[in-house]
Design a protein around this ligand. Structure first.
Ligand code: NAP
Length: 308
């Protein structure tokens, strides 16, 4: 790769990353976005997005990601589809190694987001796509008229179970405690939609042939186990920030999220954190794009302080 020193290097091409790129490029800064897969990040696997203002009929998450990319590129931001494998954020010139080279920049916006937490069972990953899924709106349609289990007790698990209840023959919600983390009112909504909640239960094994055909449930109080036949397992037990790349270089909280206030400034000068990887209360597309705008603003301010 070339030895250009960009003003702003954005790692992660989701809503936060491409908004930072749009604002920075529109301010006349040289910008590169490093994205490992496709624009849109987590949003691109969301199906219809109904809570992003301006799209009264909803908008496809993949399409919105692509639009955000094109919007930033219109002002000169460059996209590089490659994976960041190592970073050195300490100096005035930040270095980001990819699988095939190195990118240099005066500022870095971290916007790598978060990914679904796994159950941690050995058979889980090999069965991904063959009965194990992490996104009901993406994969639910493949389980039409089938029996599925949703693991988790938060709002995501409740939303997933409700979504699946419209498609599937039977939906079980398996939760490790006797009370949802989601608001109590949502329990009734689940029950009204035919979702059966299995309290004090954990999935401790996934049974399968070529595909999933059941789960072993362990009672978290008694330790008793039982087999529950099912064709799908939707894991909805929270998310993990994608911050392994910067661990040891910037301050992270106990959950691994980057510590930064609304200015998105991190503990390292010239490094900003935007979107779901930042420690904050509400993780939504609109809060991610707000972070992206702030990151570009404060990156520009930092560059001016450093003499441009
Ligand atoms: P969350 O609120 O952190 O809930 C995760 C759930 O998974 C908890 O019930 C937790 O159990 C369970 N869990 C965690 N690790 C587990 C493990 N190893 N094995 C079994 N169960 C495990 O995560 P989320 O539901 O993804 O939501 C994330 C944030 O987005 C929340 O602030 C949520 O309110 C918000 N959100 C809002 C909406 C909405 O408003 N419609 C929709 C989706 C998400 P415990 O309860 O026992 O800890």
């Amino acid at each position: 790769m070339e030895e250009t020193i960009y003003d702003v290097l954005v790692i992660g091409g989701g809503p936060a990353g491409y908004t930072a790129a749009l604002y920075a490029a529109r301010s006349g800064l040289s910008v590169v976005v490093l994205e490992k897969l496709a624009p849109g990040g987590q949003m691109s696997t969301t199906g219809t997005v109904d809570n992003y203002p301006g799209f009264h009929d909803g908008v496809d998450g993949f399409e919105l990601g692509d639009r955000m990319k094109k919007g930033a590129e219109r002002f000169g931001a460059k996209s590089v589809f490659n994976q960041a494998v190592e970073v050195d954020l300490t100096g005035a010139v930040k270095k980001v190694k990819t699988r095939t080279g190195e990118l240099l920049a005066k500022t870095v916006v971290l916007a790598t987001g978060a990914y679904p937490r796994e159950l941690g069972l050995p058979e889980e990953q090999p069965l991904r796509g063959r009965g194990v899924a992490y996104c009901a709106t993406c994969d639910g349609v493949m389980y039409k008229d089938k029996t599925v289990v949703v693991s988790g007790g938060g709002n995501t698990a409740v939303d997933d179970a409700l979504y699946l209840s419209k498609l599937c023959k039977k939906v079980y919600l398996v939760h490790r405690r006797d009370e949802l983390r989601a608001p109590r009112s949502r329990q009734k909504v689940l029950e009204d939609n035919g979702v059966e909640i299995l309290w004090n239960s954990k999935i401790t094994k996934i049974h399968h042939g070529e595909r999933v055909n059941g789960v072993e449930l362990t009672d978290t109080k008694t330790g008793d186990t039982r087999l529950l036949p099912c064709e799908g397992v939707f894991v909805a037990i929270g998310r993990v920030p994608d911050t392994a790349l910067v661990q040891g270089q910037i301050e992270l909280d106990e959950g691994g999220y980057v510590v930064a206030d609304e200015s998105t400034r991190t503990s390292v000068p010239g490094v900003f954190a935007a979107g779901d990887l930042r420690a904050k209360v509400l993780r939504q597309i609109v809060t991610a794009v707000a972070d992206g705008a702030a990151a570009a603003h404060f990156a520009e301010e930092y560059l001016m302080e450093q003499g441009g």
